[in-house]
Each structure stands twice: as structure tokens, then as C-alpha cells.
Design a protein around this ligand. Structure first.
Ligand SMILES: C[S@@+](CC[C@H](N)C(=O)[O-])C[C@H]1O[C@@H](n2cnc3c(N)ncnc32)[C@H](O)[C@@H]1O
Length: 334
């Protein structure tokens, strides 16, 4: 990760590619489900004489976006809320939805939000500034739940060792700051010579995903998108994590009729339902080398998009529960 700088703002990632996939047109209605710094929203509003609703769960993003809302009134509406509930923020079906997942540079670079181990700050990580924080997770989950969380969400092979050390250290004093967490993980795994990333990167990521229910939100957003997109409406998703990308890929492949039912009795049987999405581009789209060179935060981005058909929606997607022990304990804390 490059050096943080709160003054710099958020450079939209894969903006040209996302705009090309969304293809906004005059007179149509769009939803930007992750307003962030407003880079996508501005580009959509400038690309066509369309209307746009944008959502963000972060009150700071909403406050920053009010100026853009005024600039593009009455075509643009900005609302605070979670994209898992996107259906409640649009009055009528839309022609396109874009999700640019994860955190913005505003959030990451502001030490007090607690997303980064680069500077010592309270261990927070709540995008919406509500409910229990990452410190609650680190100090209240059992060792087994922490290990599962870091293993499955962080995809960290040292998860058990890290969880053991966290539980030992919190017995002496609660782990309440990003610096204390980063130092504890470093003590658990050693320096990891030659590693390109800090040893705590994956632990931070796992905690962020839990605290913000990122996979649950994405799953709800995908099925909501299926319900609120008009036929020929486009769904565009930019993800930054392999688990998110896999969820989008699996959802779209199933809805496009490209994956088998997976039944024990007929594992290769095609799903009898008519596809609710059409994939125009089967493979994931990656950022250009030039963009990654200019903005290192783009390097793990991956864009997928699909077009809604006129077939009925398929309803809820199968549950995507990776670390049930952590989720179950967390639900009692929340
Ligand atoms: C990567 S940024 C989006 C940047 C934006 N495309 C731009 O050009 O500035 C992601 C934003 O999505 C918001 N976000 C993440 N998960 C969310 C959710 N479940 N509901 C609503 N907003 C969410 C974050 O608060 C953050 O501001």
C-alpha cells in the first residue's frame, strides 16, 4: 500500500472500464451503490442526461457528497444507507447499477477510522460508524472464531498462530489500537522476510469484512440488483478481494445458466430456470498496467458485468458462509 495522505482524496479505480460497461444513456435511471468520493457518480452524470441515485453507508462520504448533489440537482440524489438494502432507495426499476466495493482512500487514509495499520489509531473499521468495532471483535471473539475468521476471510496460513497470540496479549490488556494489533500480529508470525505486504494486512482485512458484513452485504446486493434492474439493465461490479470476486462470478455464472445445479443426484444437470442475466464478457476485466502504475490501489481490482434478461428473478442466492463460528459469535456481539 502506498503512503497514506488524507489530503489526496480517492482516485476512482477502473473508471473508464466501469463507465463503458454501464453505458449510461440520456433519460435513463442509474444507481451508484458505493458513492465514496463521487468519482463514478460525477462521471455517470456527465456522460448522459440521466438520473442517478447514489448510496453510501459512511456518513462522512454523504456529507462530502452534498456539494455534488447540489451541482447536479435535480438529476442526482444521494442517500445514506447500506447497499444490501438498495431496493428501499429506488422508487422504480433502474437501467444500471454499479458497485465499486471496499473502502475509499478517504476512509483508509484517515487514521481515526482505524482501517490502516500505517498509523496508530483506535481499532474501529466501521464504515457506518455504528455498532461494534474491530476492537470488539479482537477482544471478544473466542480464539477458535478468530482463527477461522483470519483463515477464511483473510486467507492467512498463519491464522491459528495469530489468534493464539491475540488471545494471550488481550488477557494482559485489551487490544484497542491499530498499532497494538499490527505489533501483536508481527510478534505472532515474525518479520516474514521478503514479503511485499505487512504481516497484519490479512488480519486487518478479515476484521474489516466481519465488522461491515461485507460478504453478506454483497450477497444481498446481488439478489436485490436482480429484482430492481429493468430488462437490458446492466450490473457492473468492481471487487478488490478474491472472495468478493468469486461471489460475483458464481452468482452471475449461475444466473446466466453457465453452471450446473450441483445436485448430488444430477451434478451436471443444467438449471431449468431461464437465465436472469446474460454475460457479454465472461472473463474478469483487470485494470491497465498504466492505471496500476499510477494508482497502486488498483492492482487487485477486478471488474465483472452482466445484462439483466427479461426472465423472472431467481430469488435468494445460496448462503455463502465461510466462517460460521466467527459469524455466530459475532451475531451475539452485534
Ligand atoms: C471504493 S469506494 C467507492 C469509490 C467511488 N466509486 C468513487 O469513484 O469515488 C467504496 C465506498 O463504498 C462504501 N460502501 C462499502 N460497503 C458499503 C455498503 N454495504 N453499503 C453502502 N456503502 C458501502 C464505502 O463506505 C466507500 O465509501
Amino acid at each position: 500500500m502506498d503512503a497514506p495522505s488524507p489530503a489526496r482524496g480517492h482516485a476512482p479505480v477502473m473508471l473508464a472500464e466501469a463507465l463503458a460497461a454501464l453505458a449510461p444513456r440520456d433519460g435513463e435511471a442509474y444507481l451508484d451503490a458505493t458513492f465514496g468520493g463521487g468519482g463514478y457518480a460525477r462521471a455517470i452524470l456527465q456522460a448522459a442526461a440521466c438520473t442517478l441515485t447514489a448510496i453510501d453507508r459512511d456518513p462522512d462520504a454523504i456529507a462530502r457528497g452534498r456539494a455534488l448533489e447540489q451541482e447536479f440537482a435535480p438529476r442526482f440524489r444521494l442517500v445514506e444507507g447500506a447497499f444490501g438494502d438498495m431496493e428501499s432507495f429506488v422508487a422504480a426499476p433502474v437501467n444500471g447499477i454499479v458497485l465499486d466495493l471496499g473502502v475509499s482512500s478517504f476512509q483508509f487514509d484517515e487514521p481515526e477510522r482505524g482501517f490502516s495499520f500505517q498509523q496508530d489509531a483506535p481499532l474501529d473499521m466501521r464504515m457506518d460508524r455504528a455498532g461494534p468495532s474491530a476492537a470488539d471483535a479482537v477482544n471478544r471473539l473466542s480464539e477458535a472464531a478468530l482463527a477461522d475468521l483470519i483463515h477464511f476471510y483473510g486467507e492467512d496460513d498463519d491464522a491459528r498462530r495469530i489468534a493464539r497470540v491475540l488471545v494471550q496479549e488481550r488477557a494482559a490488556a485489551p487490544i484497542a489500537r491499530t498499532g497494538a494489533l499490527a505489533a501483536a500480529v508481527e510478534r505472532a508470525v515474525g518479520g516474514r522476510k521478503g514479503a511485499r505486504t505487512h504481516p497484519a494486512t490479512k488480519t486487518f482485512q478479515a476484521l474489516r469484512m466481519l465488522v461491515n458484513d461485507e460478504l453478506g452485504e454483497l450477497s444481498r446486493a446481488l439478489t436485490a440488483a436482480e429484482r430492481i434492474l429493468k430488462p437490458e439493465g446492466r450490473l457492473v461490479v468492481v471487487s478488490f478481494h478474491s472472495l468478493e470476486d468469486r461471489m460475483v462470478k458464481t452468482f452471475l455464472a449461475a444466473r446466466a445458466g453457465l453452471s450446473a445445479l450441483g445436485s448430488r443426484h444430477a451434478p451436471e444437470a443444467p438449471d431449468p430456470r431461464a437465465p436472469s442475466f446474460r454475460l457479454e464478457h465472461r472473463k474478469t476485466i483487470a485494470p491497465s498496467e498504466a492505471e496500476v502504475a499510477a494508482n497502486p490501489r488498483a492492482r487487485s481490482a477486478s471488474l465483472r458485468w452482466a445484462v439483466r434478461t427479461d426472465a423472472p428473478g431467481w430469488g435468494e442466492a445460496p448462503a455463502f458462509e465461510l466462517a460460521p463460528r466467527a459469524s455466530e459469535e459475532w451475531s451475539r456481539i452485534v
